[in-house]
Design a protein around this ligand. Structure first.
Ligand code: NAP
Ligand code: MG
Length: 400
């Protein structure tokens, strides 16, 4: 059989622990037998980040800017315990944070639906995509503990001016303060990424914040979305038969729960962090959530939404085969190869992305799956629990 050719490489970012093991299995079992795979490889595993002083993460992000499409394995964000485990010289920043800051993108997370894995919300018929603003707010904040007797103010300094806004007088008790920011430029690119993605997917776009309480900060988000929509997108949305609307975040939560799904829900950075885990879990499984970072320049970085599945990895290291779910990581690869195919006018490669996803879903719907799905299975056929490698082989059989 002739393998599908690629004209441009995708940026391949390897990672850590169980997902690193799954990463090479997916390439060997599901991709290389069918595609003459071309990648520009960057090892973002913690050992390699430490060895390069984290330069490798920056280089990988720049490569995504240059080549347009990347696919990333889950990586460890170091904490105190990882400092000793990996003998680190620094508590390196989250690679995802670094890549997001360089690409200035929006993260879109969509659950993968299969018949037999039933959402906890019975009305949800279509996947709900969370669009998460990936810059600023509490992720770039400054925080301090303020002692009793101190006073905290916000100082804004101009070339020849200064504004001082009192935050709180801690005369009677100590407490905490936080300063955070966002920029018009980043909010504008967030808005455009969301409008473009909605048009691309032909789905309604909802945006929610808390402008009734945050009358300047959140209101700025609402106004920027409204201005850009009116000027640049309202006609296009009408032609596509889709809608944009803004509502308060608490109202959005209530409406989402009562909805049929099938929309894109744009969230500020923190709301998106929290709501994407809620939506993923409510659709059935965190291991079935895909994630793509889309930059305003049109660069795409695909990954699974879950982490490196540490608990499974410790078992694997003892020689025990694990039944870790590789589906979201498979979809990261299929998404990246399909996008590469679309950008290069390589229909065969794009079609391979679709076929890989279909083979994966068909395998599960036929009753062959990993343990996490078998535990919540409500399908008609009996669920057979496979370990990760056997599951990938079952998908490969269908793909062939
Ligand atoms: P996690 O790796 O997502 O795993 C949490 C738990 O969820 C697992 O122990 C497992 O539950 C279940 N799970 C997640 N993915 C699964 C899969 N594919 N198949 C089956 N079960 C799955 O989160 P974590 O344990 O909090 O974090 C581990 C490491 O990942 C941390 O070092 C963190 O920094 C990193 N992380 C990276 C990313 C990223 O790169 N995007 C995102 C999040 C976390 P059971 O153990 O009950 O089976
Ligand atoms: Mg989170």
């Amino acid at each position: 059989m002739d393998k599908i050719r690629m004209s441009t490489p995708v940026v391949e970012m390897d990672g850590d622990e169980m997902t690193r093991v799954i990463w090479s299995m997916i390439k060997d079992i599901l991709i290389k037998p069918f595609v003459d795979l071309k990648t520009e490889y960057y090892d973002l595993g913690l050992v390699s980040r430490e060895a390069s002083g984290d330069k490798v993460t920056h280089e990988a992000a720049m490569a995504v800017k240059r080549l347009g499409v990347g696919v990333k394995c889950a990586t460890i964000t170091p904490n105190a315990q990882r400092m000793t485990e990996y003998n680190l010289t620094q508590m390196w920043k989250s690679p995802n944070g670094t890549i997001r800051a360089i690409l200035d993108g929006t993260v879109f997370r969509t659950p993968i639906m299969v018949k037999g894995v039933v959402p906890y919300i019975p009305t949800w018929e279509q996947p709900i995509t969370i669009a998460r603003h990936a810059y600023g707010d509490i992720y770039k904040d400054v925080e301090a503990y303020v002692s009793k007797g101190e006073k905290a103010s916000l100082v804004i300094t101009g070339k020849s001016s200064e504004r001082v806004l009192e935050i709180f007088d801690f005369a009677k008790t100590g407490g905490v303060v936080m300063g955070m920011h966002n920029t018009d430029a980043s909010i504008k690119s967030f808005a455009r990424s969301c409008f473009n993605y909605a048009l691309d997917r032909k789905q309604d776009l909802w945006f929610a914040a808390k402008d009734t309480i945050s009358k300047t900060y959140d209101h700025r988000f609402k106004d920027i979305f409204a201005e850009i929509f009116a000027k640049e997108y309202s006609d296009k949305f009408q032609d596509a038969g889709i809608q944009y609307f803004y509502t308060l975040i608490d109202d959005a939560v209530a409406r989402v729960v009562r909805s049929k799904g099938g929309m894109i829900w744009a969230c500020k950075n923190y709301d998106g962090d929290v709501m994407s885990d809620m939506v993923a879990t409510a659709f059935g499984s965190l291991a079935m959530m895909t994630s793509v970072l889309v930059s305003p320049e049109g660069n795409y970085e695909y990954e699974a939404a879950h982490g490196t599945v540490t608990r499974h990895y410790y078992k694997y290291r003892e020689g025990i085969p694990t039944s870790t779910n590789p589906v979201a990581t498979i979809f990261a690869w299929s998404g990246a190869l399909r996008k590469r195919g679309q950008l290069d006018n390589n229909a065969e490669l794009a079609a391979f992305g679709d076929r890989l996803e279909k083979a994966t879903i068909d395998t599960i719907e036929a009753g062959e799956m990993t343990g996490d799905l078998a535990a919540i299975w409500k399908g008609d056929v009996k669920a057979v629990t496979l370990n990760t490698e056997d599951f990938l082989k079952a998908v490969a059989k269908r793909l062939a």
